[in-house]
Structures are given as C-alpha cells and as structure tokens.
Write a protein that binds this ligand. Structure first.
Ligand code: IMP
Length: 436
C-alpha cells in the first residue's frame, strides 16, 4: 500500500514551512490527509502572490482533483472549519464532498475547551505551556477521558447529541465555574450551534479510514500532512512543553486509520535555523540581536496567534533525533536566509554539554533547560538567493551550509525553499517527484 505515498512532517518545534512542501507535492497525489493536531496549526501557502493561511483544512484544497481528508486523529473545531470553508469559498475555491472528507471519529473542539485552555494557562501564570488557546489540550484530554468527549459524527445525529450535550455541558459548567470562577455555560446556544454545524459539515462526514485503505489498495497515492513539529510531539517532544497529539510519522497510522506501511516516503521539513512559539526549553535560542534579526528576516510571527516566535541557531542534535524517530528519508529545507545581511556567521549546534559532559545524541530525559550547545561556525552568505533555481546558483557558502546539514543529520536535503512563492524552490538531492 505504501507505493507512492508521502508523509511530510516538521522536525523542529513547528512552523518549518511544511505548507509549501505539501502544496508542491499535492497536485501529484489523489489524497492529502491531516492526521494530528487541529486549528493550532497554521500553514501559509502563497499562490500567484496571494497568501492563504489554512488551519484545519489540508493544503491540497487549493488544487483541483485532490481529495482532502481530515482524519480521526484531528481535534476538529467546527467553528474554525466553518469560517475557513466560508473564507475559501469567497475566494473562489469550491468545497464539497468531492474534495473534502471529514472523519466522523475526529473529536470536536467545543467552545468550553478553548475557554478551559485559556483559563488554565492564566492560572498557571509563569508555569504556563504557552498554548495557542485553541482548546487542543482539553479536547484531547476529553478524548482520552471518554465520558465527556464528542465526536464529529455525533453532530449529525441531533436526537442522540442533544441529551448528551446537556449532560456534558452541565459537567463542564460545574468544573469551570468551580475551578476557575468562569460564567456558567449556555447549553441551548451550544446545542443550536452544533446542530447547524452538523448540517453544514454532514455531507462531508464519513469513515475516512475506509476511503484511504481502499485508495491504498487501488494504488492511489496519498500524502499525509503533519501538523506542528516533532519536538512538540506528546510522547517524544520536550514534554510537558508540547502539544497533545502524535505529530511524527509514527502518528500517521493511528491518526488516519491506515496500516503502518501506508506512511511511505518520509520528508522531514526543517528551517535553516530554529524557531519555537510558547514556553519550554530551546537550547539554541538567541534571545538577543541575532534572534531579532532572524525573526525579522524570516517574518517569524505565528500564523495562528500572531505571537513573535523565539528564534535561534539550527540544532542538529534535535533534528537528527526527530529524523531517526520518523525514519525520515529526506529533508526539505526552508527559510534558508535570503542574504542574511548583518549576520557574518551561521552557527550549527552539533552536540550538547551538561555538567561538563558532552552529549552527542538527544535523550528525552535530558534536562534540556540546563544544557549548553557546542557550535560549529560556518560563514554566512551575503548575496540574495531568492532567484536561484538550481543548487549551483546558490552562493558557495549556502551550498556548504546545506551539505553540512546533510552530514550532521545523515539525511539528503531534497527541496530547498529560497522564498515564499511556489517557484522559489531549488531541487537538490531528491527522490521525490512533483517538485519544482
Ligand atoms: P497547543 O497545541 O495549543 O496546546 O500548544 C502547545 C504548544 O505547542 C505551545 O508551545 C504552542 O506554541 C505549540 N504549538 C502548537 N501548534 C503549533 C504550530 O502549529 N506551530 C508552532 N507551535 C505550535
């Protein structure tokens, strides 16, 4: 079943530029599938100078002939989906059961999840996780807890949904008023909204796993689109400063209801440096002038929250770990700085140090906030790279930088993004079709 399938994931702390890679590969795939996360993700794709910011709907929606699937592993916010569908339709993108399929087993993010997310963060104060406030953690907590969870398919069955919703809202209301002093929740208003969402989304809700397994058996090609980044994975990331789902390639089978062999060829997207939003350890962070320059150059502000991202040097220790974890076949490199200007030297972290001990390999048990970095310095390039269309057209310093990333991670670098537009891509060491 794996022939021709591709999984695109982030290998850092999110915002690696996965959207552009997915967008390039989507036209040659029949299905583009989200299997993790929810509206906390934000993929930005630029088509003919027009910027599309997508949160829940897979990027393949911008291509004719692609069926976009939201799998069972997604935390699905129907308010956000309705808004996104409406916005895309207004811009001339047609959306219906032909090109969008939603799993009835995806869990619904309710307004009380978002409220709980914000209130919990407020109460945690300095100890907060720095979430996107999209209700992701509380929704997945309900999924694991079972008793108060609601799945997307339930929105299409009002006779069963309404009594259940009343019960759940009553429990949530008691919890939120007692724990956080919140206002009581309005069950009737929420019920009305849920039924309306069920009507709007109903035609697209189905057993997406069955569709994907049949498609695989028929030899149709599937692209799995990861959300967030591997270091934010609930099991393997910098816990507890992570998101609440399985975002690596290991999350694909469970989150899309396909066998492990369906994962196919794994592309790990990395930025030429590192960014992170929210709290948590970040060994290569440059909380200084360098970090500000990286942020301004890379326009490092959250697609979902607008928050300025923390920026730092490329961490080859973390990327090598993430690449091993997902069995990454090749890297896609994005945001290779376009003439980094005042920056003379690019640094790459090749190992950590803790209490005088050198640590070459990432270990999830490491107290990451206490490690220092061993850096290797490489000369930065000064010439703009935005118009390069082949590896040889990149400045020699940029070529050396890419080769060093390949050596340190043990993975070839395939596509290299040299700017936001679709055409601004250099194809280097790839086995992927459909790039460029
Ligand atoms: P949550 O997923 O909203 O619960 O946030 C948990 C952590 O994951 C926070 O540090 C967020 O900033 C981070 N996070 C969640 N989604 C993304 C993303 O798409 N890009 C970058 N960071 C993210």
């Amino acid at each position: 079943m794996s022939s021709g399938n591709v999984t695109v994931i982030g290998l850092q702390w999110g915002d690696e530029g996965k959207g552009k890679v997915v967008d390039a590969l989507a036209p040659s795939r029949r299905y583009v599938v989200r299997y993790c996360g929810g509206a906390n993700a934000g993929h930005t794709v630029t088509v003919a100078g027009e910027r599309f910011a997508l949160h829940l709907i897979p990027c393949g929606i911008l291509h004719a002939g692609v069926v976009n699937v939201v799998g069972n592993g997604v935390a699905f916010d129907p308010d956000c989906a309705a808004e996104e569908i409406d916005g895309l339709r207004k811009r001339g993108v047609s959306i219906g059961p032909d090109n969008l399929r939603l799993s009835g087993a995806a869990h619904v993010v309710m307004p009380y999840h978002k409220l709980q997310d914000s209130l919990s963060e407020q109460m945690l104060g300095e100890a907060r996780i720095g979430t996107t406030a999209r209700g992701i953690g509380p929704c997945y907590a309900d999924k694991a807890g079972r008793a108060t969870a609601i799945r997307l398919g339930e929105l299409t069955r009002p006779e069963a949904l309404l009594p259940k919703l009343r019960r759940v809202v009553e429990m949530k209301s008691r919890l939120l008023t007692a724990a956080y002093g919140a206002e009581p929740l309005d069950a009737d208003a929420l019920a009305e909204k849920c039924v309306a969402h069920g009507r709007l989304l109903g035609p697209m809700i189905c057993d997406t796993g069955a569709i994907l397994r049949r498609a695989g058996a028929a030899g149709e090609r599937i692209l799995f689109e990861g959300g967030q980044g591997s270091m934010l994975d609930v099991d393997h990331g910098t816990y507890p400063f992570v998101t609440s789902s399985s975002v690596t390639a290991c999350g694909v089978p469970a989150g899309a209801a396909v066998p492990p062999g369906a994962v196919g060829y794994v592309v790990g997207v990395v930025k030429g440096y590192t960014s992170r939003v929210g709290a948590g350890p970040f060994p290569t962070e440059q909380d200084n002038e360098i970090g500000s320059r990286l942020r301004e150059r890379g326009r490092e502000y959250g697609t979902t929250t607008g928050r300025p991202r923390r920026c730092g040097w490329f961490d080859a220790v973390a990327v090598r770990y993430a690449a091993e974890l997902s069995g990454v076949d090749e890297l896609a490199l994005s945001l290779l700085m376009d003439g980094p200007g005042e920056i003379d030297t690019f640094r790459i972290c090749t190992a950590y140090e803790l209490d005088g001990r050198r640590i070459a390999d990432y270990d999830p048990a490491l107290p990451l906030e206490r490690v220092s970095c061993v850096y290797e310095d490489l000369p930065a390039w000064k010439a703009p790279i935005g118009s390069a269309r082949s590896f040889g057209e990149l400045p020699v310093e940029a070529q050396a930088y890419v080769r060093r990333i390949e050596e340190l991670t043990g993975r070839p670098v395939g596509p290299i993004s040299v700017g936001p537009d679709r055409v601004q891509t250099v194809v280097h060491n790839t086995r992927l079709e459909g790039l460029g």
